[in-house]
Design a protein around this ligand. Structure first.
Ligand SMILES: C[S@@+](CC[C@H](N)C(=O)[O-])C[C@H]1O[C@@H](n2cnc3c(N)ncnc32)[C@H](O)[C@@H]1O
Length: 274
């Protein structure tokens, strides 16, 4: 396992994932029912994007442009506010919060959050960053396994599955885990992040998801450019299972902004149901 999210934090794909994650959390918080959030692949929680010459290029092409954008859809304005609050309120970004801090900051009294990371170094940082928070627990463990043992009881379960995809079996494990979670509790809300390099792999994943028993999902898809070079990440998608009402409009707004503001000619962003 070599993947380090620190090299990619704040890139366009994080913006899509984290914009939609904040939207989901806010929507679910409108209901009285408490929430159990499980982050199967949490990462270390907070990323130092560096200063001056060492600034992360991916973040410069991502969060730095979002922070200075003249117009943003509401769904991304919330992410902007969350990032600004970690950086003294201004538009200059040194620290980028990962899913753990975004989730932990959104919890209400009675909500629970379990954050998993398998790598000891990432987990140590994660545990340090979440230490002392009510209702928050970290596990240095395989997130695919942990989530299936956490049913939520009275709480509605929200699961973020965000693997590094450095192993080819991540596609299979994501689809099988989503299928197993839906069988356990069909009301579970699931967000799966995926890279898009070529259509064959992406379509193959969606077929696997159907085979695993997930009949319907909302695909929030961003292509930064046409998929002519399958060796590079040309885009990303967040597959949403059981999202709250009006998710399609929210996802469309996030994807369109990202493709237009950060993409190249021939890119596009859209949200569609399988
Ligand atoms: C893409 S990063 C997570 C980023 C994070 N979700 C965020 O949005 O800020 C993927 C993480 O998964 C961890 N990882 C890899 N395999 C895992 C597994 N089977 N279970 C839990 N964590 C795993 C890696 O160490 C890495 O930190």
């Amino acid at each position: 396992m070599n993947y380090r999210h620190a090299y990619h934090a704040g890139n366009f794909a994080d913006l899509v994932k984290h914009g939609l994650l904040l939207w989901l959390l806010a929507r679910m918080a409108r209901h009285e029912r408490r929430v159990l959030v499980v982050d199967t692949h949490a990462g270390s929680g907070l990323y130092d994007l560096g200063e001056g010459a060492v600034r992360s290029k991916e973040a410069q092409a991502g969060i730095a442009r979002l922070m200075s954008a003249a117009r943003l859809p509401n769904e991304l304005a919330e992410l902007k506010a969350a990032v600004a609050s970690r950086n003294g309120g201004g538009e200059t970004v040194r620290w980028y919060p990962g899913s753990p801090l975004l989730i932990a900051d959104s919890l209400r009294k009675g909500d629970l959050y379990v954050a998993c990371d398998l790598r000891p170094e990432e987990h140590d940082l994660l545990a340090k960053r979440l230490k002392g928070r009510d209702g928050v627990e970290t596990r240095q463990a395989d997130g695919y396994g942990v989530v299936q043992a956490l049913t939520g009881g009275d709480r509605r379960r929200l699961v973020l599955i965000d693997p590094p995809f450095e192993r080819p079996d991540d596609y299979v494990r994501c689809a099988e885990t989503a299928g197993a979670l839906m069988k356990q509790d069909p009301e579970t809300v699931i967000a799966i992040w995926l890279p898009i390099k070529d259509m064959e792999t992406f379509d193959g994943f969606l077929r696997r998801l159907t085979d695993a028993g997930v009949q319907r999902a909302l695909v929030a898809e961003v292509r930064l450019r046409p998929l002519t070079n399958p060796m590079t990440m040309n885009g990303c998608a967040v597959v949403l299972i059981n999202p709250p009402e009006s998710a399609q409009a929210a996802a469309q707004a996030v994807c369109e902004w990202t493709a237009i503001a950060l993409g190249e000619p021939g890119g596009r962003g859209e949200a569609w149901w399988t």
